[in-house]
Design a protein around this ligand. Structure first.
Ligand SMILES: N=c1c2ncn([C@@H]3O[C@H](COP(=O)(O)OP(=O)(O)OP(=O)(O)O)[C@@H](O)[C@H]3O)c2ncn1[C@@H]1O[C@H](COP(=O)(O)O)[C@@H](O)[C@H]1O
Length: 110
């Protein structure tokens, strides 16, 4: 393990919320918040593509780095969109009652 056992996405969510609310000119989070959701969401999309490329290339170190960028930017988009991570986790927890294919069928009945 990498020593990150006690650091959770909820911890990072708290940091992101604090930085988004700050007017620190050195804060990347605050700058994304100022630019607004279209810019932050586009950045999330770029990080998703970079993660896909790293996954296909099969480089675990690059995949780790790009996945970290992706998760951070997802938390920024959730913060700007006023969606608590707990709501996303509750939705994921709800889905544990069924298999992925059952969940897919429930979304697209018929
Ligand atoms: N985990 C992260 C994190 N991961 C990635 N990034 C930033 O996301 C950007 C990634 O974009 P790119 O790789 O495309 O690099 P870039 O070209 O410099 O980015 P752009 O100029 O295109 O936006 C970089 O600026 C990274 O520094 C992050 N910025 C912040 N955090 C966390 O958020 C905390 C608060 O950060 P500040 O708001 O900057 O204080 C930090 O202490 C970290 O814990």
């Amino acid at each position: 393990m990498s020593g990150a056992e006690r650091f959770t996405l909820a911890d990072l969510e708290n940091i992101v919320a604090e930085r988004a609310a700050s007017d620190d000119p050195k804060s990347y989070t605050a700058s994304l918040k100022r630019k607004g959701q279209p810019v932050a969401a586009k950045k999330l999309g770029e990080e998703a593509v970079e993660t896909v490329i790293a996954a296909i290339e099969g480089d675990p170190a690059r995949l780790t780095s790009e996945a970290a960028d992706l998760l951070y930017h997802l938390l920024v988009v959730l913060e700007i969109g006023r969606v608590p991570l707990a709501d996303v986790m509750a939705e994921l927890r709800r889905r544990t009652a069924q298999t992925g294919l059952e969940e897919k069928a429930a979304r697209n009945p018929g």
